[in-house]
Design a protein around this ligand. Sequence first.
Ligand code: HEM
Length: 520
Amino acid sequence: MVTLLSLWQPFSFIILIISTIFLILIYKWYSNSMLTAINNRSPPSPPKLPIIGNLHQLGLYPHRSLQTLARRHGPLMLLHLGSVPVLIVSSAELAKQIMKTHDITFSDRPKLTAFDKLLYNCKDVASAPYGEYWRQAKSIGVLHLLSSKRVQSFRVVREEETKSMVENIEKFCLSSSSVNLSQIFTKLTNDVVCRVALGRKYDDGEDGKKFKKLLGDFVELLGTFYVGDYIPQLSWLSFVNGVDAKMKKVAKEFDEFLEKVIDEHVDDYQNRVNGGHDCVGNEDYKDFTDILVHAQMENLLGVAIDRVSIKAIILDMFAAGSDTTSTALEWALTELLRHPKIMHKLQTEIRSIAGSKTFIAEDDLEAMVYLKAVIKETLRLHPPIPLLVPRASRAKVEIDGYEILPGYQVYINAWAIGRDPISWERPEEFDPDRFLRSDVDYKGHDFQLIPFGAGRRGCPGILFAMAENEIALANLVHRFDWGLPGGASVENLDIAETTGLTIHRKFPLVAVPSLYNPLC
Ligand code: HEM
């Protein structure tokens, strides 16, 4: 008896503790639910579970699950992801209220662990909290790196890399073998960003392989769900499942890489100064790192930017600019393969403008209106970041008669808005012609089409991304005719999606090119 009791005692103590924690959590959940119920000015909310709130309703494809929930509860919903109130916006009209009418109130970003750990404690532009630092860092990007003049100055890089992609694909035509286009697009956009941001490609040998892997891990981790952000009691899970360690490792390796790149640029800058070289002050000759290093050395920007800021701003080019752009190309080609008549119409436009040229240069693109319509239609149906980058509310505000409190996270479902029958006729149909009949654009003024977001926090890389997408797509469909491996029919082309922040195809896009001869 004594022995049994002594065995039982530690267990009863543990059970007592667990029951107490459980009761506290139930009490907290109950009082929170009561608060929500009492505040009937809150947007509609689906019922939630204790502790996890509505997390279980997100599923593997949150943009799709949230569209279904919005059909039931309305275009403005308040969800609770764990303990965090999250506003879900699913109509063009309400997106306009958030990103235009009340833009300043919703110009903050939530503090997320992945951003914090991978982007130098949010010293980059995309994840920086709203404030003076973000304003200055963004204006450096907009004025010196992503302005129309700067994007134009990188034209040679885009043309050379597109040419190299086309030559690479030509080799597959000789053997009639299939090409992994997903891989080719990733390489193209990484190479362009590397040359423009760092001054050269990192694609050869062991170093190239390591860099490719590092970049892949980095992008994947940025979109990883970090449970502790929503259920702080479970933050320890990220230590147990290895996510935390992986983030630290990738952040450290990227930091070492960027340190080396910046050192090389500082040496180069000093050599040029010592040699009295002409182009020290001429931005047209420089990559992003050059410009930032030069600006730091000579304090040209009127604001002090330190080495950490330089690294974070460069990293944004990879975080925000590479994966998104290749994803758009991947979906554009997927839709063209699924719709042979649209592919044919696009090829007819491009080939009639290109004439006997085998390579389309950027000057030829201006007249290609159908090409631009195809890209818009792709971004409507497949915005690469379907829920955009989350925002956070900074003050109490009324939207559509509902009270929104400070500190709410905000997800704008651009994917659902692009398929909303209120804004679009036959919304599920891939029909680029709709853009030949309308002026709707993706630049942030037409809220039914917002793949790049809008307002103060809108994407500053639109020109950069579109210049690259247009030249790549034009050359791919001009130089080659495309089929599916083994003569498979287009109905068999899989269009499953990945999970994460950026939504790719789940399976790589594989197609068979055959060379088009403009002289035949
Ligand atoms: C198809 C390609 C791209 C897509 C779909 C895209 C999409 C987006 C979206 C949805 C946002 C958040 C907007 C918001 O909160 O309203 C964003 C922000 C941003 N993007 Fe892009 N982007 C693309 C290409 C690029 C490129 C090429 C760059 C730079 C080289 C870039 C740099 C940025 C930066 C720095 C931000 C943060 C802006 C801020 O927080 O103030 N993006 N992008």
